[in-house]
Design a protein around this ligand. Structure first.
Ligand SMILES: [Zn+2]
Ligand SMILES: [Zn+2]
Length: 287
């Protein structure tokens, strides 16, 4: 329906329009697109209320962290408005539950956690510190025993609008060209997507804060394997997307090839458009 899409493009953000078009083109992805549309809506609403933080960090400390391969955003730097975070947590859990990505019991536990007065804040700060690498104790568990299996996935989505603002603020101030690690320079999380730039370089995209950083085109971000003969790469027929599978650790990452593309990478869209590639990668034995 061209009329509808041209009307949408004037009123809706680009990623919403792209998701609607993807659903029209590939009806088999409709369920995944609908869930993503709901998640994008929550994230946009929350993020519009999060101010760009002024992160008070000593430049010498920032440089030392970078040299040590440790992240730059401390938990206290995150402009977490707890009532907004609780709402984001509940809404995210509701959406995943509605789309059968969260068991009813897990959903109930997460909603109760979001409502509880005292349990949530220490749980989130500890989870962040351990997962970012600020707490280096090898026995440190990210989440308390008995936590719902998918709690981490919900936390990642709910904290993203707040953490993305931190990465945005620091990226304006810092030169990250010396960062050569596979994990995020801002929050320490793993990349969950990548983009091939117009010059053919590869940038990784953090799965938690959405920050981007340059990384070797044929190095595995998960185990640092850089033997090109041990990285299996294949593309979609239209060359729009590429998978890099590591033959050492068996993990893989997908990338959007922005060369000759009519739009920049949009992870919310491209991660759904490439669901068939996930299936292909798993058939080849990658995880
Ligand atoms: Zn990050
Ligand atoms: Zn690897």
């Amino acid at each position: 329906m061209p009329d509808r899409s041209s009307r949408l493009s004037r009123t809706e953000p680009r990623e919403i329009v792209e998701l609607q078009q993807l659903k029209a083109r590939q009806p088999d992805l409709a369920g995944a697109v609908d869930m993503q549309l709901a998640l994008v809506d929550v994230q946009r609403r929350v993020q519009s209320r999060v101010p760009l933080p002024w992160i008070q960090a000593d430049p010498a400390w920032l440089h030392a962290q970078q040299r040590a391969g440790r992240p730059l955003v401390r938990f206290g730097d995150i402009p977490l408005e707890w009532s907004d975070f609780r709402l984001a947590l509940r809404r995210t859990a509701d959406i995943l539950h509605r789309h059968e990505s969260l068991e009813p019991g897990e959903h109930a536990q997460i909603v109760a956690l979001a409502r509880e007065g005292n349990a949530l804040e220490p749980l989130v700060s500890r989870w962040y510190d351990v997962s970012a690498g600020f707490t280096l104790s090898p026995e440190a568990e990210r989440l308390p025993a008995g936590s719902p299996a998918n709690l981490e996935q919900v936390l990642v989505l709910a904290i993203r609008p707040f953490l993305a603002r931190c990465a945005e603020a620091l990226a304006q101030r810092l030169d990250l060209s010396a960062w050569t690690h596979g994990h995020c320079p801002f929050c320490g999380w793993e990349p969950d997507f990548a983009v091939i730039t117009s010059t053919g370089d590869r940038r990784l995209i953090c799965g938690r804060c959405s920050a981007q950083w340059a990384f070797g085109a044929f190095t595995c971000p998960f185990c640092s394997n850089d033997d090109r003969t041990l990285v299996t790469s294949f593309t979609t027929r239209d060359n729009r997307y590429r998978v890099y599978g590591c033959d050492v650790c068996r993990r893989y990452i997908k990338a959007y090839d922005s060369r000759n593309a009519e739009r920049p990478v949009m992870v919310s869209v491209d991660s759904i458009a490439t669901l068939p590639l996930d299936a292909a990668a798993m058939r080849k034995g990658y995880q």
